[in-house]
Design a protein around this ligand. Structure first.
Ligand code: NAI
Length: 271
């Protein structure tokens, strides 16, 4: 296949969706760098799946630049970048501390910005281009109580990827990009606070195990490797959006319906 011999970088690759993506990439014959802040799981996963580990804090621009440099040093090139590292703790907006906001935005939004900033020039330098995949969430296209901080970051990831896609197309670039929009996946996201930096410890955000919630239990939960295959197929199709759960579109549909209705109402007001 076309992944054979390609070089891929996956942030948050020690666990969950990032690990699942990395496993499928290795199975398709790619050389894979996994980047993660959690040293012990990073080393363990690298040995388990046959990937190259680079300890990285995506919230730190210098750390992400060092990841890009290490990838070039090890493999001489890079073809596909997955900006996937993220955290998902919950609190209402009225409860969130500024440290809560900083941590969420630093990892989920700045992490993706750093990845695009350090890797896009490398991909654009390839004769055959490359691809960037940014992990958002259904929370990147619709909001829910207690996921406001998370949604702020994921809406940003969606906006960044949509704009990048327009600009790459406009300039005839051989680089493509996609945004991964997962629904429920069995991962370690319910333990996100394990990686919260001690400098941002004024915490109201809580780790919530969604598998314990009856409404969530009814949903179709995917395994990380299933998501890996779906995202690889989306890259092949050059699809901008990669939905893992097409059946969970109701909140997104309701948001669009509300926006359309408000726009129609404002037209009658200005008539
Ligand atoms: P996970 O907790 O299993 O994996 C996330 C990985 O990111 C961990 O290995 C963690 O150590 C790493 N990480 C955390 N902070 C980091 C930092 N500052 N620098 C580098 N690495 C860091 O969770 P999961 O679910 O696999 O999360 C991956 C992405 O998927 C996240 O962006 C999350 O928001 C997104 N997502 C997950 C869903 C789910 O149901 N699990 C649903 C929708 C989106």
């Amino acid at each position: 296949g076309e992944l054979h011999g390609k070089v891929a970088v996956v942030t948050g690759g020690a666990s969950g969706i990032g690990k699942g993506i990395a496993q499928r990439l290795v199975a398709h014959g790619a050389h894979v760098v996994i980047a993660d802040i959690e040293e012990s799981s990073l080393q363990k996963t690298a040995r388990e799946i046959g990937a190259h580990p680079v300890r990285t804090d995506v919230s730190d621009s210098a750390s992400v630049q060092a990841l890009a440099d290490a990838t070039i040093k090890e493999f001489g090139r890079v073809d596909i970048v997955f900006n996937n590292a993220g955290v998902g703790p919950m609190a209402s907006i009225s409860d969130m501390t500024l440290d809560d906001w900083r941590w969420l935005i630093n990892v989920n939004l700045w992490g993706v910005i750093h990845g695009v900033h350090s890797f896009l020039p490398l991909l654009q330098g390839n004769a055959d281009g490359g691809h960037i995949v940014n992990t958002a969430s259904i929370g990147g296209l619709a909001t829910m109580p207690t996921l406001g901080g998370y949604s702020v970051t994921k809406y940003g990831v969606v906006a960044l990827t949509e704009t990048l896609a327009q600009e790459l197309q406009m300039t005839g670039s051989k680089v493509g990009c996609s945004v991964l929009v997962p629904g429920p996946v069995h991962t370690n996201i319910q333990n996100s606070s394990r990686n919260r930096p001690s400098a941002l410890q004024d915490a109201k955000l809580l780790d919530v195990d969604l598998t314990d919630m009856p409404a969530m239990a009814e949903m179709r939960w995917l395994e990380p490797e299933d998501v890996g295959e779906l995202v690889i197929a989306a890259i092949r199709r050059k699809a901008l959006y990669c939905f893992t759960h097409p059946e969970l579109f109701a909140p997104i549909d309701a948001r669009f319906a509300q926006i359309i209705a408000a726009n129609i109402a404002s037209k009658t007001l200005t008539d």
